[in-house]
Write a protein that binds this ligand. Structure first.
Ligand code: ASP
Ligand code: MG
Length: 438
């Protein structure tokens, strides 16, 4: 049995859905269990309409969502598999938001859940139409039990058993399961965080002891750099579980960072494949990989803000760092430490988030400098401890680019440094040339 997960861009219109269903058809011998995202762009639209609903202005956006789904259904030449009913329910929910005049994360999760609920119905119906026995399932109806952290829920350990039990009786039918969404014990719909369908796929794969978890996306697996930045970037044939997790955390957008965890526990390979180039072998993520002679990949995370925190009265390094991190944690920022010394700490923070409150709180404890429009560049690969030779390579390839913070790594898998955002692409191109010779 294999899990096949398809992302939004792979199912963005009727033609792409036909392509995906054809890929599933070619894998029928491996007993596929299918997991799907919402149609491309729909989750964004649902978020937008929920936000507009607060002021009662959601109508246009909901019409757009409705039209898009109905157009796909009609292009696929089949009757409505229940989408109109979902849209009706969605409209009612939006009216409720408008009446209350407020949008909670819990309500937003319910609103966005319609994306996957509709896409799974459409894909299962199209499979039926071309003669594959298939059925759509909401993940929460087959055991996807989560905590109540709306917007970024995690599954409860007993969900694995519940899913295995629920799927026992599904034989001879290809299940098409909603990615991204679950339900807490109160019966409220939750989401696993943006891009969370990958995580759904690996949870289901682990629950069912799949032989492989396939993440079908729109690129040829994991690359040596973002191909949008480096034209000559190359596919990497295999990476280890820890490298894949590190890459995901560092901004390589191919996998949701939590995807690998369930796979590790059961030692299941995760294969990343391209629906636009299905003949390509992609990248396989494994426990053990062949020895690597050089780094695996270069990642670049833009829109970062650097915060330098200088300890004034506090001289004990440990105590100072603990204080700083308790403030950062307390406000729900993810801690990304770049460098620390006895008296100062530099952290990078997602620049999309408002840092005012954080900076204010930190200023009560220390003096703080905020530097915006930065990019974090990382070299990723097992056993990445920087040898003098690699450091030499790094600085010689970036001779005319200012490295604002010395390379440092939080693990033996990556080394990161910060540059001004506007020179980030140039830096990545130069590093790629140096480390990969192209
Ligand atoms: N549809 C959700 C999103 O856009 C989940 C996913 O695609 O994995 O974030
Ligand atoms: Mg994705």
């Amino acid at each position: 049995m294999i899990v096949m997960k398809f992302g939004g861009s792979s199912i963005a219109n009727a033609e792409r859905i036909q392509n995906v269903v054809n890929i599933i058809r070619l894998n029928m011998g491996r007993e596929p269990v299918v997991v799907v995202s919402a149609l491309g762009g729909i989750t964004d639209s649902l978020i937008k309409s929920a936000e507009l609903a607060v002021e009662g202005k959601e109508d246009e956006e909901i019409c757009r969502i409705e039209k898009k789904h109905l157009a796909v259904i009609s292009s696929l030449g089949m009757p409505d598999p229940g989408v109109k009913e979902d849209i009706r329910e969605l409209r009612t929910l939006m009216k409720d938001i408008a009446v209350i005049g407020k949008l909670t994360q819990k309500t937003l999760d319910r609103a966005v859940s319609f994306g996957e609920r509709m896409s799974s119905k459409i894909i299962a119906a199209y499979m039926q139409k071309i003669g594959i026995t298939a059925k759509a399932y909401n993940a929460y109806d087959i055991g996807m039990l989560t905590d109540s952290c709306f917007g970024g829920a995690d599954i409860l350990p007993r969900a694995y058993g519940l899913i295995a039990k629920a799927m026992e009786n599904i034989i001879g039918t290809v299940p098409v399961i909603t990615g991204y969404i679950g339900m807490d014990k109160n019966g409220d719909i939750t989401t696993l965080g943006r891009g969370g369908s990958d995580y759904t796929a690996s949870i289901i794969g682990a629950a069912l002891d799949a032989e492989e978890i396939q993440i079908w996306t729109d690129v040829d697996g994991i690359m040596t750099a973002d191909p949008k930045i480096v034209k000559s970037a190359k596919n990497i044939m295999e990476v280890s579980y820890d490298e894949a997790t590190e890459l995901a955390l560092l901004g390589a957008k191919v996998l949701h960072p939590k995807t690998i965890l369930p796979a590790i526990n059961k030692n299941i390979p995760v294969r990343i494949l391209n629906t636009f180039n299905p003949g390509h072998r992609g990248t396989v993520v494994l426990k053990d990989i062949k020895k690597r002679k050089r780094i695996a990949s270069i990642t670049c995370k833009k829109r970062m803000t650097v915060i330098n925190i200088y300890g004034t009265k506090m001289s004990l390094a440990r105590e100072f760092i603990d204080t700083v991190f308790s403030v950062i944690d307390g406000l729900g920022f993810s801690v990304d430490i770049i460098s620390a010394s006895d008296s100062s700490v530099s952290i990078t923070i997602d620049g999309d988030r408002d840092t005012n409150e954080l900076v204010q709180k930190l200023r009560e404890k220390a003096s703080v400098a905020v530097i915006e429009n930065r990019a974090k560049i990382s070299l990723v690969g097992k056993n990445m401890a920087f040898t003098p030779e690699q450091l030499g390579k790094l600085s010689s390839s970036l001779s005319d680019i200012r490295i604002e913070m010395a390379p440092s790594g939080t693990s033996d898998i990556s080394q990161s440094f910060v540059v001004e955002e506007k020179v980030a692409d140039e830096a990545v191109i130069k590093l790629h040339k140096k480390f990969f010779g192209r």
